[in-house]
Design a binder for this molecule. Structure first.
Ligand SMILES: Nc1ncnc2c1ncn2[C@@H]1O[C@H](COP(=O)(O)OP(=O)(O)O)[C@@H](O)[C@H]1O
Ligand SMILES: [Mg+2]
Length: 351
């Protein structure tokens, strides 16, 4: 008995996408199978290369196909095509499918560290990624990505992105005169951000991450208004997540009609490099609780780790220098959660 296309699709429809709560066949992820004398070739196209269950789906698909009568060989190829964000009124950024903003209630909680590591993590998973440093209060993405001072003078050809660690980078620091005071008013900042978004050739990107200024100031507001943001990742340290702080950020983004992907807890715990013992320095789990209370997703927790700090200071993010370390794996897991939230919201908007 020879296997048919409908046998193949029927078998694969047993696989459910855990985030979209539908089977991968009715979602349209499974391309027309090639069947050749008992050898089945299937391409599965997911909505992100950073899908947290990519490997699981691949294994399940292969097992299901091999269990079909008449199948002697099964090849499953996993691919991804990131959907274009259906934005609001803001002008879309040419070539950019999704803008992900990284925000925090205050400075120093690790927003830039999280932005850089998420960006390189998404790139390492196969996504096309850009990183825009919009933090007027401390534009330190260039340092954290290893882009030296003066690498980016605005010449006659205008501003360019610098490519580092597989990520395209640009910073508001490149367009501000040195020593510009933070008292810049919203509209001026809006103009600078518009310039960075629209007058630069970012090329084709699946995700453009924006490191926003901390807090719910004018500056943060005008940033968020300039860009057609798919969603926001809020970074917090455990002790910083007094509920009212997180709630303030949530209500600001709500007002601007910008969805929040969820909360990340940074400097969540410390693992002793000598004995491996885990210490909850700030008391752990504050962000998870805050997320729950606010009805938001909890995207994961990142350890307080000297190597992570060193990576930032030296311009080589930990996800690049030690991708297999537990700390880097924690960032990669958060990156997958963020990509999954992005896909889910796009599906919700389109369905
Ligand atoms: N998980 C972490 N472990 C160790 N140090 C961290 C971690 N996250 C951030 N840091 C350090 O804390 C400082 C502030 O982080 P940064 O990313 O600049 O915060 P923000 O952008 O919110 O101001 C930096 O020196 C950074 O290297
Ligand atoms: Mg910063």
């Amino acid at each position: 008995m020879s296997v048919t296309e409908s046998d193949v699709l029927g078998a694969l429809s047993a696989i459910e996408d855990p985030d979209l709560h539908r089977d991968i066949v009715s979602l349209g992820f499974v391309q027309k199978p090639e069947i050749n004398d008992g050898a089945v070739n299937v391409r599965i196209v997911l909505t992100t290369p950073a899908c947290p269950v990519r490997d699981k789906i691949e294994t399940e698909a292969r097992d299901l196909l091999l269990a079909l009568p008449g199948v002697r060989e099964a090849t499953v190829t996993m691919e991804a095509s990131v959907p274009q964000h259906r934005g609001g009124q803001q002008h879309p950024v040419e070539g950019v499918r999704n803008i992900i903003a990284v925000a925090s209630n205050k400075g120093g909680v690790g927003k830039s560290t999280v932005s850089t590591n998420l960006a390189v993590a998404l790139a390492s998973l196969g996504a096309r990624v850009g990183l825009l440093d919009a933090d007027i209060t401390g534009p330190n993405i260039p340092t954290m990505m290893g882009i030296g001072q003066g690498a980016q003078a605005e010449g006659p050809g205008g501003l360019r992105v610098e490519e580092r660690h597989g990520v395209k980078v640009c910073s508001i620091g490149f367009v501000l005169p040195r020593g510009t005071p933070v008292v810049w008013r919203g509209p001026m900042i809006g103009t600078a951000v518009r310039h960075l978004l629209h007058d630069i050739s970012w090329g084709e990107l699946d995700y453009l991450l924006i490191d926003l200024p901390p807090g719910t100031s004018d500056a943060a507001m005008s940033m968020a208004q300039e860009a057609p943001i798919s969603g926001v990742v809020v970074v917090s340290t455990p002790q910083d997540v007094a509920l009212e702080d997180a709630a303030k950020a949530v209500s600001m983004f709500d007002k601007l009609n910008v969805p929040i992907f969820g909360l990340v807890e940074n400097m969540s715990y410390f693992v002793c490099p000598h004995c491996g013992d885990r210490t909850e320095i700030f008391g752990h789990g504050g962000a998870r609780q805050a997320a729950e209370d606010l009805g938001l997703e909890f995207l994961g927790e990142l350890p307080l780790d000297p190597e992570t700090r060193k990576g930032g200071d030296e311009g080589t993010p930990i996800v690049v220098s030690a991708p297999e370390s537990p700390q880097a794996r924690a960032f990669i897991d958060v990156a997958k959660q963020v990509a999954a939230r992005c896909s889910v919201l796009e599906y919700a908007a389109g369905a």
